[in-house]
Design a protein around this ligand. Structure first.
Ligand code: AGV
Ligand code: CA
Length: 311
């Protein structure tokens, strides 16, 4: 039984790693991809996404470039990582890109794909919620064709990862970029399966994990993934560089294939859209119910990623 999935990502390193995993899941029917121009530069993220599709032999999947902007731009040092992915040798063995680009902007492509889908779709969301919020506002009929959204975002009972002047640090970046869109999705009837920092904090990218890809380097997907994960290295020995890199989006993606990679609990929470906690997912009795990832089986995740990418 194929699982129809629509993927909206925002061109960060683990968004590309998520795409490599997703393309390895035989039970997933990938309907389309849009890119939110958040933790990325779209001019690099678009070709990098198409090159990964071509490498996977999935040049039939259409990609749409997002145009909606958030309120709080990501740091430029993070956004340029997509340029490095786009230049990876393993992704540049051919000089032609084949996977098609939609002539629609990301939000319209998402709407059309959902409206045309013959059965309810799982949305894999590894970036901010601007495109989905737009779809809910402009195409109310699309909502009933969404089975659920698997969304990397938020921080419930742990600190956030936004470290900017004037913010209290309680928010996670995917909500902080566009809190109003996040609130729009929270206010909808869409089922939310949330992968907050509470869960992903249990999955740091370690050197042992990165280097393990060297032992399976004959596989093109391991060349790509090992190269991309190597780009997340360095923070361990550089004080002041900030927080480490975690398997944020890749945990979210792996849950589509490994149902027991983590446990879930029901939490009521609301999105804060103003003030020093802007973008926070705050647990409160009056909030809406989300299914939040809780305890992660870290060894299971690392083993799954390594095994899946031996292709
Ligand atoms: O907050 C995690 C989200 C994930 O979707 N992104 C990165 C992942 O793609 C933002 C982010 C937080 N810390 C970062 C981030 C860092 N140190 N480098 C790049 N992006
Ligand atoms: Ca992301």
């Amino acid at each position: 039984m194929a699982l129809p999935v629509y993927f909206d990502h925002d061109g960060g390193l683990d968004d590309f790693l998520s795409l490599l995993l997703l393309l390895s899941y035989d039970h997933v029917d990938l309907l389309g991809i849009s890119i939110t121009p958040a933790d990325t530069l779209i001019e690099a993220a678009l070709p990098a996404t198409r090159k990964i599709l071509d490498l996977a032999g999935r040049s039939d999947v259409t990609v749409a470039a997002g145009t909606l902007e958030g309120l709080h731009p990501f740091p430029m040092a993070w956004r340029t990582e997509a340029c490095k992915v786009n230049d990876l040798p393993v992704l540049n063995q051919r000089d032609k890109l084949v996977a098609p680009v939609s002539d629609l902007p990301g939000h319209e492509f998402m709407a059309r794909t959902l409206l045309e889908a013959p059965e309810p779709v799982t949305i894999l969301e590894t970036g901010p919620l601007a495109n989905l919020a737009w779809v809910l506002d402009h195409h109310p009929g699309a909502e009933r064709n969404i089975r659920e959204i698997r969304f990397m975002g938020g921080a419930l009972d742990v600190p956030g990862n936004v470290q900017v002047e004037g913010h209290d640090g309680s928010a996670e970046w995917n909500l902080y970029w566009d809190p109003v869109s996040a609130q729009r999705v929270w206010d909808s009837g869409v089922e939310i399966r949330l992968f907050p920092l509470d869960a992903t904090d249990q999955l740091p990218v370690t050197s042992a994990f990165r280097q393990a890809f060297g032992r399976q380097y004959a596989y093109p997907f391991s060349q790509a993934a090992g190269g991309i994960w190597a780009m997340t290295s360095g923070w361990e020995i550089s004080p002041g560089m900030g927080l480490p890199y975690f398997c944020w989006d890749t945990l979210t993606t792996s849950s589509l294939a490994v149902s027991d990679v983590c446990t879930f609990r029901e939490v009521r929470c609301e999105v804060v859209t103003e003030g020093a906690s802007e973008g926070r997912t705050r647990p409160t009795e009056s909030g809406r119910v989300v299914n939040a990832a809780d305890r992660v089986d870290a060894e299971k995740f690392y083993a799954h990623a390594l095994e899946t990418l031996r292709r």
